[in-house]
Design a protein around this ligand. Structure first.
Ligand code: SF4
Ligand code: SF4
Length: 157
């Protein structure tokens, strides 16, 4: 059973904690500038992607015009999230498929380091919310792209 002393103690406690909370709320409402971010809206003219650091590892992007179709990135990926198909037609090699499954990717960067033509890079894109995991498998080739010719190595002097 609650004593009279405890009863009034609880009331005093409720008033004191409410006052404390409201004091902080009023301070931020009236005096301090807003510190919350209305994600994903722009903040001061910047996009949320512009706020991440220079070396941020977001979704992978592929510059297909630089890609030679050497398949090194696909082979080095430890969890097989890259799938490339290269076929030869009319004496030229074509990239028929270049898919990266961002749902599986662990952003280790091995593919980026291994690529001799800097054709696969990290972007700053990180928003990937979707209802179906299959949507995270990004296709970087919508129609066949001629593979770039590998740069010739300069002969040692
Ligand atoms: S970052 Fe790592 S896990 Fe992701 S595709 Fe490249 S090698 Fe595979
Ligand atoms: S992205 Fe780079 S490593 Fe991958 S197939 Fe193209 S050139 Fe080779």
């Amino acid at each position: 059973m609650v004593t009279v002393r405890e009863y009034f103690g609880n009331i005093t406690n409720a008033v004191r904690t409410t006052y404390k909370g409201m004091k902080i709320t009023l301070k931020y409402w009236v005096k301090e500038p807003s510190i919350t971010v209305e994600y994903p809206d722009r903040i001061g003219g910047l996009r949320s992607e512009d706020l991440v650091s220079e070396r941020f590892r977001g979704y992978l992007k592929v510059e297909t015009s630089k890609c030679t179709g050497c398949l090194l990135c696909m082979r080095v990926c430890p969890i097989d999230c890259i799938l490339i198909e290269v076929n030869r037609r009319d004496d030229r090699r074509y990239l028929d498929r270049f898919d990266i499954d961002q749902a599986k990717c662990m952003y280790c960067g091995l593919c980026v380091e291994e690529c001799p033509s800097a054709a696969i890079l990290f972007s700053k894109k990180y928003e990937g919310a979707c209802y179906d995991m299959k949507e995270l498998c990004v296709s970087h080739v919508s129609s066949p792209v001629p593979a770039a010719r590998p740069a010739k190595k300069e002969a040692p002097e």
